[in-house]
Ligand binder design. Structure first.
Ligand code: 4AZ
Length: 835
């Protein structure tokens, strides 16, 4: 190996007659003695002196080289695995203390050394490789590779190492033993994720037993938090021809993944290309994740930093026989799904389904759940379903696909990393000449009632029911050719889809026109918030001073100054000179992580931790409420309005349940009685105006992962028209249906009050908010009253925008739900509770 030290010593250079030029001779003190020395002796003496000088120079150089020379190289770690095709896996290769392990590891390490040292681009930087494990198939060897390289050469080395395929197809001889090697995968490793190969602390080898469930957990679980700065790993193994199913039963780590995290690999090498998932934070039992390996090994790693240690995790795993074939021919009708659904699909899945029905019928395929990995930055699907020559990935709402004949082929592929929940689908034959008997056939395969065609609502989901319609006199023709109701013109929401219903609108007094046609309050110009959506309200602003004269569009700080940014409270940035906009912000937090699945459906445990169920006597849940502090709830006044024989206003008749998910499991909830009910003094039982009440609890609550307070909006907090918010409750699931047992959630859009009043005969006051879908179908209903309308703000904090109040029936077309506008009651709440 050649090393450039920067200094060199060449004895031939600068010498005069074999003596270095810089060498001086001492003056002779005793001429006689000198004269007595023979020339031979003198030469010997000079030679000795010279030799000693040379030796000390060499030693000095060596000492400098190894101790003091600045090392300008960095350590680079790689990990990978390779397949040895001419060896058979034996059980003792699982044990790194066994002779078999040591012998084969030495041979593989020797082979790796020869290979890397044989590569010009790698050899100068190679330090060592270490085999860490073996697994079945024939034998897979997992290893670390360590290099040292100057920083500027690191990228080149990465490239060279990634490109290594020196073994493929070739036989290499390692002394007397020869290894036939194929399938080499290697990649650079994040230095933080590098556990020294010989570090066996917090390292576990677990082999699944029969079909039994095996458990393991993070150190200390559940009695104490996991330790700081640990690097733990669990090697999970199954018998041949099996795969591993891993389920995290409890999962509670720090919420910032950069600090503490768990990574699961479809390999025994912690190689990024084989990463199934990386997780941190807190997961509710309703969002537990079950992962599958593609072979009979899996690696789980836990890394923690030096602060904020959480309880950790408990996991279960078992072996399941490997699905030999996921490809199938299916006849008539039936269902199919991604492998192991609803567990996450395994990496490297490759399935083809051929569906056949009796001709002349065609095939209708309905995907009910569709959750695949998102496409990459170039919009290319990494995992996908291929149907009708299209590759579909990511998260999709329920969708229908139609065949062109009586046979159809559907493919599913997953890559080697990052799996997801998968999909589930059903199929059936249909008569292509009459795809929807007595109904309208949407282009996307849906069937809808005939009277929904050309009603200015996108009932199909793909707008195919609103194409080629004649717009009536109360309808507007969009740029897209669709018709929309005149009343949605200029309401700040693009109903047409191309904003043509929002162009050429007159703005009201005190409003400004954005470049995209939207109207916003003039005072929102230059407030550092992009209210227009196209940033035109924030362009050309010179005045960056946030303090302005107070108005209903400004935020008032504790010190009395006002700032332009309306929704400044708890938005995560300090704007008030006194910092008061970020005080008291311990609210609107959801400790649990939730899945991406949305829609009008079951909530997850802890998804709405401020939701309260109010039980009246033994009649069960009849109203909802929201937690706003350890002692106070907010609800609707009309829930506490006496009827002829029933005293709803009597606080002793009510029980409040917090942290409740399922009405059949009251035991797990925090149960409180009411000490006091404060109905708004101006509550109007005829008009439902001022429909708000405060409930004081008999005992304070404890905040947990399923019980948390929601943030109260300031008087000037703006929930803009068109914003999507969430409503939740155990109310009736249909207008004349039964109550829900599991908490339900639905997403509704805020509607302009003027438009809402047109639909609800002018009964919507300024203390009310309208929300819903005018096409109907999604709404709050009886039993949801008093419950929260939750608005998730930009920084993820959740604010109580409204309280479920009233409506004309439930989920009817053109009859949005009406909610108490909480911001109007901020001072009233403060006056009664001090909050
Ligand atoms: C109710 O009776 C009720 N569609 C609440 C909300 C709505 C309708 C009725 C809104 O409590």
């Amino acid at each position: 190996m050649k090393r450039e030290s920067g200094l060199s010593f060449d004895p031939k250079k600068d010498e005069i007659n074999g003596i270095p030029e810089e060498m001086e001779f001492l003056p002779a003190s005793d001429q006689k003695k000198l004269e007595k020395r023979s020339p031979k002796e003198t030469a010997l003496l000079v030679g000795l002196i010279l030799g000693a000088a040379l030796l000390s120079l060499m030693i000095g150089l060596l000492v400098w080289h190894f101790h003091f020379r600045p090392d300008n190289t960095i350590k680079k770690m790689y990990n990978g695995y390779l397949t040895i095709t001419n060896k058979q896996f034996t059980e003792d290769l699982e044990d790194f203390d066994s002779e078999a392990f040591k012998q084969l590891a030495t041979t593989v390490e020797q082979t790796l050394l020869e290979t890397y040292m044989g590569m010009d681009s790698v050899a100068p930087h190679y330090v060592r490789s270490t085999v860490t494990a073996f697994s079945e198939g024939s034998v897979i060897a997992y290893y670390w590779l360590e290099c040292r390289v100057p920083p500027e050469g690191a990228a080149e080395l990465d490239e060279a190492i990634r490109a290594v395929s020196p073994f493929s197809g070739k036989s290499r001889s390692g002394g007397t033993k020869s290894l036939r090697i194929s399938d080499l995968v290697v990649d650079s490793a994040d230095p933080r994720r590098v556990k020294p190969p010989k570090d066996h602390t917090c390292a576990f080898d677990l082999h699944a037993v029969g079909g039994e469930m095996n458990t393991f957990s993070s150190p200390g679980f559940p009695n104490e938090p996991y330790p700081a700065n640990v690097w733990c790993q669990w090697v999970l193994r199954a018998d041949p021809h099996h795969v591993i199913e891993l389920n995290f039963v409890t999962f509670d780590l720090e919420s910032v993944c950069h600090n503490d995290f768990v990574v699961v690999y479809d390999s025994l090498s912690p190689i990024e290309k084989r990463e199934i998932t990386q997780r941190c934070g807190l997961y509710p039992p309703t969002n537990a994740f079950k992962l599958m390996s593609s072979r009979n090994v899996m690696l789980v790693t836990l890394m923690t930093d030096d602060d904020e240690n959480y309880p950790g995790f408990k996991a279960e795993f078992r072996q399941v026989p490997k699905q030999r074939q996921c490809s199938k021919i299916l006849q008539g009708s039936g269902s199919f799904s991604s492998p192991y659904y609803p567990a996450y699909y395994p990496p490297r899945a490759d399935c083809t389904w051929v569906l056949k029905v009796d001709p002349p019928n065609h095939i209708k395929v309905m995907f009910n759940v569709f959750l695949l990995q998102n496409p990459d930055e170039n919009n290319v699907c990494k995992d996908y379903v291929e149907i009708n020559n299209r590759r579909i990935c990511g998260e999709q709402p329920p969708m229908v696909e139609l065949s062109n004949g009586s046979e159809m082929t559907i493919k599913f592929r997953s890559d080697a990393a990052e799996s997801c929940r998968g999909f589930s689908a059903t199929f059936e034959p249909y008569d292509a000449s009459k795809p929807c008997p007595e109904e309208f056939a949407c282009r996307n395969g849906r069937c809808i009632a005939l009277d929904l065609k050309c009603d200015a609502w996108n009932d199909c989901g793909d707008s195919s029911d609103e194409i080629n319609c004649k717009c009536t006199s109360n309808q507007f023709r969009c740029g897209t050719g669709l018709c929309t109701s005149n009343q949605w013109l200029c309401d700040g929401v693009s109903d047409c889809g191309d904003k043509s219903d929002e162009a050429n609108c007159e703005c009201e007094a005190g409003e400004m026109r954005c470049a995209n046609g939207k109207c916003i309050p003039e005072v929102q110009r230059c407030n550092l918030v992009n209210e227009c959506g196209d940033n035109s309200d924030e362009e050309g602003c010179s005045n960056t001073d946030m303090t302005v004269p107070c108005s209903e569009h400004t935020y008032t700080c504790k010190d009395g100054t006002c700032i332009r940014k309306k929704n400044a409270m708890c938005d995560g940035t300090h704007q008030c000179p006194d910092g008061s906009d970020e005080h008291d912000c311990n609210c609107g937090i959801r400790p649990y992580k939730h899945s991406r699945i949305v829609g009008g459906m079951d909530a997850e445990v802890g998804e709405w931790p401020w939701q309260v169920s109010l039980h009246f006597q033994d009649k069960g849940s009849i109203c909802g409420a929201s937690v706003i502090s350890t002692r106070w709830l907010v609800s609707a006044a009309h829930c506490f309005q006496d009827e002829r024989t029933i005293r709803f206003s009597d606080h002793t008749t009510w029980t409040a349940y917090m942290g409740l998910h399922d009405q059949h499991k009251l035991d797990g909830a925090q149960k409180r009685r009411l000490k006091r009910i404060i109905r708004h003094e101006n509550y109007n039982p005829q008009m439902f105006d001022n429909d708000i009440a405060l409930l004081e609890l008999d005992r304070p609550l404890s905040f947990t992962s399923v019980v948390q307070p929601i943030c109260l909006p300031e008087a000037a907090h703006d929930f803009p028209i068109g914003k999507n918010t969430w409503i939740t409750g155990w109310g009736m699931v249909h207008e004349d249906g039964g109550l829900a047992t599991v908490l339900q959630k639905a997403e509704v859009r805020i509607i302009r009050r003027r438009n809402c009043n047109d639909l609800l005969s002018g009964t919507v006051t300024t203390r009310m908010l309208c929300a819903g879908y005018l096409s109907g179908g999604i709404d709050a209903c009886q039993g949801d009253s008093g419950g929260p309308m939750s608005s998730v703000e930009e920084n993820g904090k959740v604010f109580l925008a409204g309280i479920v109040s009233w409506g004309d029936g439930c989920a009817r077309k053109n009859k949005p739900g009406v909610y108490t506008k909480v911001s109007k009651f901020r001072e009233w709440i403060k006056g009664h509770t001090g909050l």
